[in-house]
Write a protein that binds this ligand. Sequence first.
Ligand code: UDP
Ligand code: MG
Length: 311
Amino acid sequence: MLDVIIPTFNEEDNIEPLYKELSNTLKDIKYNLIFIDDGSTDKTLSNLIKVYKKDTNHIKIISFTRNFGKDAAIYAGLKESTGKYISIIDSDLQQHPKHILEMIDFLNKNEDYDEVAMVNSYTNESFIQKKMKKSFYKLMTRITHYNFEVGASDFRTIRNYVAKTLIDLKETNRFTKGLFAWTGFNVKYLKYTPDKRLHGKSKFNFRKQINYAIDGILNFSTSPMKLALYLGSTISIFSFIYLVYLIIKTLILGKDIPGFASIMCVLLLLGGVILTLLGLIGEYVARIYMETKQRPIYISKIKFGFDDNIL
Ligand code: UDP
Ligand code: MG
């Protein structure tokens, strides 16, 4: 049995074509399609209900009260999965369902692998964007010592015990790519070429991607704090040496110390460094604060296709 987790947020025009493509591709195996409507404000939910009514045997729907984010949607899907294999796929047909069969085939033939992740072999992003992404994943691997494969997305197929492990990680601010890397399971990376988004626009603009990267670093590493420690101690050592030099120059050699400009420079530089580091500490404290509330990762209002249906 295969469970396919499909996070959807304002994808009204993609539901029907995606459903057709998935059911055509998977027709020879036992499967469930678990659609998560992540608080869509367009016709996504009603279009999902339309396909559900056509094919109640294969479709399940969880609808959130508001937009909780793709990572929360993936978590909800994992919680409701019961299959031997679980795949995660986007709803915009950039990731063709045929690759799910490839991943299952690989897992069937290779018992020693726990999951398969598809890696983008081509993207139509700009040179700078590609370079930034590549550097980000290299940096993540360096500072965390877990493997962040460049180009690996959430388009994966995992065995059911991998899903159970991911559900056991209860953090509310979920950086799923990091969680996959953190668990350390044996992953096979297969290359694929993403297609063009069928309808609509990407939900991750440049600003969101930067925030996502910051989340990744702060959620999985305390290295930035170490950087603060190193920077602070280096500045302290140099200023101490300079202080000794000034004392000798003034008290022993009796020379005057001019310099309003130099004092201002040092003050502003140090003020800037202190504020930056305070902000950094603030980010970590804010994360502790949010996690201590232990709020649920998502709230679902409507469910279709589950035993405890609220219809
Ligand atoms: N998505 C979601 N919640 C969000 C943002 C996105 O469930 O808050 C879904 C979206 O509907 C799509 C998938 O996550 O199925 C990937 O989003 P998108 O295609 O916009 O990202 P990109 O492919 O540009 O990285
Ligand atoms: Mg997409």
